[in-house]
Design a binder for this molecule. Structure first.
Ligand code: THU
Length: 148
């Protein structure tokens, strides 16, 4: 495991392939009986560790939780407070559509990420497009607005 104090712009410990693989494993474990749209997310934390999560739906539909929210919960529980890279995986192989993070999850990621943090959008067949958080959530409100 890498040094938790390492600067956040240090080279990634985990290659993108490892993040994509973790998101794929998480996607396969999603609980999505209502939408039938499983999503997996994998976060590379400041420590260099990978934290994964999947969407967890609920019969009371609004209570469902997105994959990114699950992954953030796992990250915080593991002691990481910084997001260095994110992979979100959803959709069908070859459909080409982008499973970009929903609006709420963009804001959730914003809490722990930087404007230039890469968000890699994947299908089960691999990487489709990479955005920065700033591209997905411009002019965002974050901890710095509250002097944190
Ligand atoms: N979903 C996610 O997990 N992350 C997103 O950013 C987009 C949507 C989930 C929520 C719901 O369980 C399913 O995808 C269909 O909306």
């Amino acid at each position: 495991m890498s040094d938790p104090q390492a600067p956040l712009d240090a080279p990634l410990d985990a290659p993108l392939d490892a993040l994509v693989a973790a998101a794929g494993v998480a996607m396969a474990k999603a609980y999505a009986p209502y939408s039938r749209f499983p999503v997996g997310a994998a976060i590379l934390g400041g420590s260099g560790r990978i934290h994964a999560g999947a969407n967890v739906e609920n019969a009371a539909y609004p209570q469902g939780q997105c994959a990114e929210a699950s992954a953030i919960g796992a990250m915080v529980l593991a002691g990481d407070r910084h997001i260095r890279a994110v992979v979100v995986m959803g959709g069908q192989p070859g459909d080409g559509r982008l499973c970009t993070p929903c609006g709420g999850c963009r804001q959730r990621l914003r809490e722990f990420a930087k404007p230039d943090t890469p968000i890699h959008v994947c299908g089960p067949d691999g990487l489709r497009r990479t955005f920065t958080l700033e591209e997905l959530l411009p002019h965002s409100f974050g901890p710095d607005n509250l002097d944190f």
